[in-house]
Design a protein around this ligand. Sequence first.
Ligand code: KG4
Ligand code: ZN
Length: 338
Amino acid sequence: MKILAIESSCDETAAAVVEDGRQVLSSVVASQVEEHKLYGGVVPEIASRRHAEAIVPVVSQALSDASVTLRDIEAIAVTYAPGLIGALLVGVNFAKGLSLSTGIPLVPTHHLRSHIASNYISNPDLKPPFLCLIVSGGHSHIVMVEDYTKMKIIGRTRDDAAGEAFDKAARTMGMPYPGGIALDKVAEDGDAHAFRLPRPVVHDAPYDFSFSGLKTAVINLIHNAAQKGTELNKADVCASFRYAVVDCLSTNFLKAAQDLGVSKLVIAGGVSANRLLRRTLADECQRRGYQLFMPDVSLCGDNAAMVGSQGYYEFCGGNIAGTDLNAFATMPIDALSF
Ligand code: KG4
Ligand code: ZN
């Protein structure tokens, strides 16, 4: 079964054709990142306008790259939540128009569930149940994936997402948006033990995260040094900060796995491209005899191939929307409504 997938939740306009949830026939991503860099972050109004310009050529390209026409497509999967509302509405309205004019069923797909599904593409043998750490620009969750469309939130961030903390720390050091990628690279040459940074914990919620105190600590470190005219080694600051974030993520994730008795672990989302997170979890999982699955780095960021994969499982689970489908800025991963 071939699915046309559409993604426009943030600053990437993407379309893909995916067969039976696992085989990517085409994947096109038009990134707006260069324009948002000028402002140090995503400007929602600009994002919506760029999606409106890009959506038709991106979808046409995805169909032609896959050597298919709409006649070969059996469902249209579209990201409908969560994300920037104006950005989501571009993809949702385009998909609705296409569904209305062709009669092809419309499958509303949750963005974070799609991030998880990037693993079904990279790891063809992976099947639920498993425990997943989802770390993106807007979310940090530990989720028990009981089945393809049945999930339970085990832990979540109480304030900033991990990606957001990476981006803010990087911006304070003058790195361009999205700074998490640049910070990760610079950190490779630094000493992770050069600066002691806090590991915030949430009282009585061992699987929850809190990154705002850690973010403030690194920003204060940088500002205090600037006020005193002291030169800080940038690579050491990046490495110490990255180590602190990864320590919090991996400690809670591994504790949840141990407490729940789950030995199949998965990571997903933009921050799952982080080199230290991948190395740390690979080492820890090997030591404990756990299986660890990760998406290819090329599939960690926003794309529509992952939407086509999750869309297939949503379709199989009967999640089909009418043309009154709306977009939602927020939506829990474990209790969808549309
Ligand atoms: O999943 P994603 O592409 O978009 C959202 O759904 O939010 O995640 C983007 C986030 C950004 O904050 C970006 O800085 C972060 O993922 N990111 C990284 C790395 N690559 C992307 N953070 C740390 N290390 C990386 N290598
Ligand atoms: Zn994302």
